[in-house]
Design a protein around this ligand. Structure first.
Ligand code: EZ4
Ligand code: CO
Length: 410
């Protein structure tokens, strides 16, 4: 397979609408594979990791040896795991899957076992400063065909809360947490104010929109385990599909306490990067959904392994799909989501028109369901002539501080 040796590995950094790091692998035969290497707020660390340390190792190697390459980059680095390393490995892994599927002439999901469903149930983001604005935002998503919606709300007394844009929302996709500028923006936090306010909002949303709508909420890593337990219990009457990141997931065992107190389904993992980060959570069945994206958890090769392990415990997928996952990462998620047995739901935060001008995508959204499309490979092209018009601009995720100035989890 001389023609499938890797001729070129390029790291493309651009900010069409927001920053994306895209990896492009080209074989001697001219087959091109794309991978998403975007790590929000720390993009250039992954770009340097790939360009300076990984690319030189891959030139001349066989693009078809996906598993061997994954093992080489994981075990061969000696320094294992962590988001920078695993995002870099993911970008290579996805690009090699893209190449293999293009050589086979098949959409990638066919190489992963073929379709297990007709489409992947997607959820939208809805957001509002108050309940009427939030209801308008949910209704806008429903009008687009969504059957599942994540609801986030402002909290009285807090000037800026995760999931709610600072200016009145100009549509369901106006929210983007990373801000351009020289320094991270500072948001404020008060768990007691949040816990007092959120159950009433969920109650009104459920009451207004009826029992069938699939509702989700993201607590975004801010609560202690006992606060998370209390929130989960107080939200039980409103039948959430999941409560996400109710407490920071660094200590996997902390979810035991939450689990003992509530039947609200739990989702964690958008910040986790390897199967080891899930070891206790999965084995003790402490959550219901795994949130890792293909991009930040080592690619299709390793996320599939995590999800197979999760499937033994009836835990399903809920892959991260915020706008910092590029269209390449989103397509990779959809190929995997269509094929796995234990699919749960797919986050779908649409990219801006500017972003979509730089990436030609072929996945579809119909009646609330996403489908990766049937083009060979991932079905995404990178348009240099568009992306190159948007040079890299630094952007940071915000940081959180309590009233007394203490840094809190964002
Ligand atoms: O804050 O993707 O569920 N989605 C999220 C996201 C994350 C961002 C971080 O880069 O929590 O909005
Ligand atoms: Co989240």
């Amino acid at each position: 397979m001389q023609g499938s040796t890797i001729r070129n590995v390029e790291v493309l950094v651009a900010s069409p609408g927001r920053t994306f790091v895209t990896l492009r692998v080209t074989t001697h035969d001219g087959v091109v594979g794309l991978g998403d290497a975007t790590l929000n707020g720390r993009e250039l660390a992954v770009a340097a990791y790939l360009r300076d340390h990984v690319a030189p190792m891959l030139i001349g190697s066989d693009a078809h040896r996906i598993e061997d390459t994954w093992q080489l980059l994981f075990r061969g680095a000696y320094w294992r795991r962590g988001p920078v390393t695993m995002t870099a490995i993911a970008a290579i892994d996805v690009a090699l899957w893209d190449i293999k599927a293009k050589v086979a002439g098949l959409p990638l999901f066919q190489l992963l076992g073929g379709a297990s469903r007709e489409g992947c149930l997607a959820y939208a983001h809805a957001t509002g400063h108050d309940v009427p604005e939030l209801l308008d935002s949910v209704r806008a998503s429903l009008a687009e065909g969504f059957r599942a919606v994540r609801v986030q709300t402002a909290v009285p007394g807090l000037s800026k809360v995760y999931g709610v844009p600072s200016a009145p929302s100009s549509g369901p996709y106006a929210y983007e947490p990373a801000s351009r500028g020289t320094l991270p923006s500072v948001e404020d936090w008060d768990s007691r104010a949040y816990l007092r306010h959120v159950p009433g909002v969920l109650e009104q949303v459920r009451h207004e929109l009826g029992p069938e709508l699939i509702l989700l909420h993201d607590a975004h890593h801010r609560l202690t385990p006992i606060e998370a337990a209390r929130l989960g219990r107080s939200l039980e009457p409103y039948d959430l599909f999941w409560l996400e990141d109710c407490t920071p997931v660094d200590n996997q065992e902390s979810l035991r306490l939450v689990r003992e107190h509530t039947t609200t389904p739990l989702a964690v993992g958008e910040v986790l990067s390897s199967i080891w980060d899930y070891q206790t959570i999965i084995r003790e069945q402490l959550v219901d959904f795994v949130r890792s994206s293909v991009v930040h958890a080592g690619g299709i090769t390793s996320l599939r392994r995590i999800l197979d392990h999760a499937g033994m415990y009836q835990i399903r997928s809920g892959m991260h799909g915020a706008t910092d996952i590029s269209p390449v990462g989103q397509a990779a998620a959809l190929h995997l989501a269509l094929a796995i047995p234990n699919f749960g739901i797919q986050e779908y935060m649409k990219h801006s028109a500017t972003s979509l001008a730089a990436f030609r995508t072929s996945f579809t959204f119909t009646d609330g369901y996403l489908h990766p499309g049937t083009e060979p490979g991932l079905g995404v092209d990178y348009l240099d002539e568009v992306a190159d018009r948007y040079p890299y601009e630094r952007a940071y995720l915000p940081v959180n501080r309590l009233k007394d100035g203490t840094v809190h989890d964002w």
